[in-house]
Design a protein around this ligand. Structure first.
Ligand SMILES: N[C@@H](CCC(=O)N[C@@H](CS)C(=O)NCC(=O)O)C(=O)O
Length: 487
């Protein structure tokens, strides 16, 4: 009979089972139970496989086994593996470590994994007080482990056993989890031994893929702005003598890493990172984007519906759109006329400020404005490629890496009024994302103003020159729709 196993290879206890079965050459049939999708909670799974609603679980005929260490012990006996010795005293040593792992070691290591790996993955910061609270217990346990490994090569003697696999598993991302193991030379040596086992190495990839954010895709230059307070930062959109003495934005060019967002595409949210990427298909004809009236008549309502659905907005007002195409490439940022046709903006900015958001609501909806502003209001830009984006993509600065302090005002001087944007001062902690080769069937939603300070409020963004873009690829063409959502 072949063992049926039910697990997700990225979880500690699942990985333990996979590595252990491989170490012992045990055959199995693998059933993927997606941990991040919560499939371990499916009523069928809970009823028929694991009443604890956890992974892993195993089945051999009518024999159901939960608990990762029990699965390893059972599997070992089915093949008489030396990794679970028959000698009673040796076996007692293995059992001792299996139980130690499940009762205390797992939960201690888990605190570090959650804080240092899982929280950042969710866009949160590690809570140092939680880590500090665990530190004393962790060091007590690491000392016990280190003492043992000072006496024996492997945990239960001279040979590797399932105890080594079990105890190593909670520490499997020890570097990323920042487990404080520097003071434990025997543990460090033993970790190296386990990590050299082919059975261990084969099971590492799935864990890293799911839990460690990818490496940055490219390094590229971004135009930040120097804060020269008390002098203002300004841009003039008309000829004026005053424009000769201003501080213009974009004078601080910095090389930044940009991460490929596709790996985590479904984890981004406008309320956390300040942007999200979604599927979006439209029947709007490709050749009609220059027809502004048609865009307003036919395409705006699609955006209204999309934002009502994705953001739960009660009402959405689309107030303008901008087409960025090859024909507009030569146009200056400060061109006074024709606001719907422009070139991509290579300045790190956010379209609204804490003040200019409400001002815009009052300009557009005079009579209703006060009533609408008494509830939640958010501005969203919906950015849609018109062709595959092979050059000059849009990058977003994850709001969890850009405190509000990093933004300051850029005054936009028009003949009849002054507008406000935010520009950003450089901060090496900024985390930039983009979606290489994005196609027209997707849109990025950017949060450019939010009245609720508990949610992400202003997302810095910029077009950038991707140094990995092949020569001669088509010029990027895109449309962005600017909207206000009322809740
Ligand atoms: N003691 C159990 C623990 C199993 C367990 O807690 N598994 C985690 C993944 S490592 C799980 O499935 N948690 C379910 C959940 O968080 O919903 C074992 O060793 O198998």
């Amino acid at each position: 009979m072949v063992l049926e196993i039910y697990l997700d290879p990225c979880t500690i206890n699942s990985r333990k089972v996979l590595a252990g079965l491989d170490l012992m050459n045990v055959d199995y049939n693998y059933h993927f139970i997606s941990f991040f999708e919560g499939k371990q909670k499916d009523p069928e799974y809970v009823k028929n496989i694991n009443p604890s609603a956890t992974v892993p679980a195993a089945k051999d005929g009518d024999c159901l086994i939960t608990e990762s260490n029990a699965i390893l012990a059972y599997a070992a006996d089915t093949v008489n593996s030396p990794a679970y010795p028959k000698d009673l005293k040796q076996r007692a040593q293995v059992n001792r470590w299996l139980l130690w792992e499940a009762s205390v070691w797992f939960s201690s290591c888990y605190v570090y994994l959650v804080q240092e790996v899982v929280q950042p993955l969710l866009g949160n910061k590690a809570d140092q007080s939680v880590i500090d609270g665990e530190s004393e217990r962790f060091h007590k346990l690491a000392t016990i482990l280190d003492d043992q490994l000072g006496k024996t090569k492997w945990l239960a003697g001279d040979e590797v056993t399932i105890a080594d696999i079990a105890v190593m598993s909670p520490a499997h991302l020890h570097k990323a989890s920042k487990l404080p193991l520097e003071k434990y030379p025997n543990v460090t040596r033993w970790i190296g031994q386990v990590e050299a086992l082919p059975a261990w190495q084969k099971t590492q990839g799935a864990v890293e893929k799911a839990l460690l954010p990818g490496k940055p895709q490219v390094k590229a230059t971004f135009n930040y702005t120097k804060d020269v307070t008390p002098k203002l930062t300004e841009l003039y959109f008309y000829e004026d003598e005053k424009a000769n003495h201003i501080h213009e934005p974009g004078d601080d060019t910095q090389e930044m890493s940009v991460w490929n967002g596709w790996d985590q595409a479904d984890k981004f949210s406008v309320d956390k990172q300040g942007f999200a990427i979604d599927d979006f298909t439209t029947d709007f004809p490709r050749e009609k984007w220059q027809d502004e009236d048609l865009v307003r008549e036919k395409f705006y309502p699609e955006i209204v519906e999309f934002l009502k659905k994705t953001q739960g907005a009660k009402r959405v007002l689309v107030f303008d759109h901008t087409i960025r195409t090859k024909g507009n490439a030569a146009k200056k940022l400060t061109q006074e006329t024709n606001t719907s046709q422009r070139a991509p903006v290579s300045l790190v900015h956010c379209d609204y400020t804490a003040e200019s958001g409400p001002v815009r609501v009052r300009q557009l909806l005079a009579d209703e404005a006060e009533e609408l502003l008494s509830r939640r209001v958010a501005f969203f830009n919906v950015w849609k490629p018109l062709n595959k984006v092979e050059e000059n993509p849009l990058a977003m600065c994850d709001i969890t890496s850009s405190p509000t302090d990093d933004f300051f005002k850029l005054y936009l001087r028009y003949r009849d009024r002054t507008g406000e944007n935010y520009v950003m001062r450089h901060n090496p902690n900024h985390k930039w994302y983009y979606f290489p080769d994005m196609t027209p069937d997707k849109v990025i939603t950017l949060k450019t103003y939010e009245s609720d300070p508990k949610r992400a409020q202003f997302v810095g963004h910029s077009a950038f020159n991707d140094p990995t873009s092949p020569e001669g690829v088509p010029y990027r063409e895109s449309v962005e729709i600017r909207t206000i959502a009322f809740f």
